[in-house]
Design a protein. Sequence first.
Length: 645
Amino acid sequence: MENLNWYEKACKSTALYCSRLVPELDNFSRKCEKSVSPEYRDALRFTGLDLEAFETVLFSYLGTLGVFLLLLGTDLFLLFSKSFDYRTLVIMGTLTFLVPLVVLYYLSEYVKIRAGLMKIASLGDIPEVLSYIIMSMKLVPNLEHAVLFAARNSERPLAKDLKKLTWDLNLRLYSGMDDALLSFADLWGRNSEYFKRSLHLIKSSTAEPDEAQRVITLNRALDISLEGTESLMDSFAAKLKTPSYVLYSIFILIPLALVALLPAVTVVGIRPRITDLVLLYDLVFPALAAIYAEYILLQRPLAFIPQQIPDSHPELSGVRQKKQIAFLLSVLTFALLAPSGYLLLLAGNPKGIIATEALGGLLPPTLPPVLGLTAGVSIYLYMSSAPYKRIRDRIKEMEREFADSLFVLGRRISEGKAPEEAFAHTARTLEGSKIGEAFENISMNLLGMRTTLKAAIFDEEFGAFRHVYSERIKNTMLLFTESVHKNHEAAGAAVIKLADHLKELAGVEERIRRSLYEVTSTMRSTAAIFAPLIAGITLALSEVITKILSQVSGRMSRVPADLTSVPFEVGPDAFVQSIPPDLFMLAIGIYVLLVSAVLTRFAGAVEYGGDRAQLKYDLSCMLPLSILVFAVSTLSARVIFRGLV
């Protein structure tokens, strides 16, 4: 069971150890098989989970029962301990009722949820995997060879399905590759009609007697794939606008607007405590925003995802030690900045810099902890992601230059130049570029080491592309090494075809990014400017209300009780705030930090699919900017409002 998914392990273990709890297991199993829908059976087959229906049903029921008993035990402990008030018990009772329902839905629908996510992820793989099949078919018109090439040289989830297809073909489950590809097209046609059409065109290209007509058919298959991907992403971008506005208005703007009203609720008898504020603004609201953002992102096709860079890259030597140094430096930064406000108070608060009351001083003592936390986190994220970011940027630059370099290389080869001379000429033509340096290394390997072309490019010890972690570049060069055994004209034409192919892929990728730019730019500007700006102003407004209520409380305390003409009893204590302004600032500052992180993650995942190194780098740049805007807006608004109260 070591290689099983966690859900498979849980279902198998439940069926093994708890099946005796079911009186008639065979009858229960038959009922479960009849009750599940065809959609559920298709999802079970698609995910490849080795499970029976009764195992998933049994685990769903027992897992939900376990969660319910755990929450019920917690409720009873709180009830008998008498250490929590009535409001806490009501919240826990509500969670005891709602959480098991959520768990039951998730466990019972897990297979369909997993299948849906796999399909969405694989839809984004279609243009990349199809491009490898089509490029291989343009060079060698052999369908089985092309499918095997895509399956072996791609790490995309869709390529795993192709590997399974080839395995089934070897097991004689299909009469031939044509039959296997048609079955594969029918399976995916339910989710992607354009993928099905592209596969049918690729198959039909093998029957074309004319070479030109065969290439036209393959190009049409690629066009359908790219047009379908563009349509898919345009549809996602169109559907993204309303959810992104909901994310901003309901989960960000409304909580920020409530900040200014919280001090006034004490007048009507509601006295929130700091624990309530932390629970709402530092846990519930950010969690809801993050969950809703992830729900939106689950619908994004993961197109054009960059390949991961392993820590074995020579430029990442000692990266673990660097991460440890970054962690220590971030902790030291936080330790130096965080207590500075309270240290100034202990030193007598020179020049009244630190505020000791609402709208007093220059800054609250809890602002430095927020700044220190942001600085510490940002330092660690930047130092731990910058090496990966530099490598990733260089690879992206090489991918942008690669198609143009193939045009030059193809022209030289078609003229009859030897590979080493063609690579040297291309390197001189593209002097100063990253891809030009790589081509120069290939030429030097061919001339100096007298090695094969494939070894000069891919050898693990000296190959020019051994540290280029770009699936697109490596697979294109693999196809190039397979084409050079042809005559010069055919080999040069093949390389130029590959260049045209890559140009089309790059164009689609750029158009997709432009279609998503409106949403990503809005989220980034919200994270960096609008959310922290509104938070700072509303926080200063809350101090204004606190100051006014404090003045009202002081005046009412001097009025004799028998002279008040208020028809209901309002004492001075009703205007005293239950949350000190400095703790209020701390809770809201952390909320701004969390919200900025959620929005940055959302914008990054929409644009580039959530690459971890890029995300960490974006956070290291965005968080300091958002907290700086928050601090400046808070301090400026406090100074402005101080003169009005």
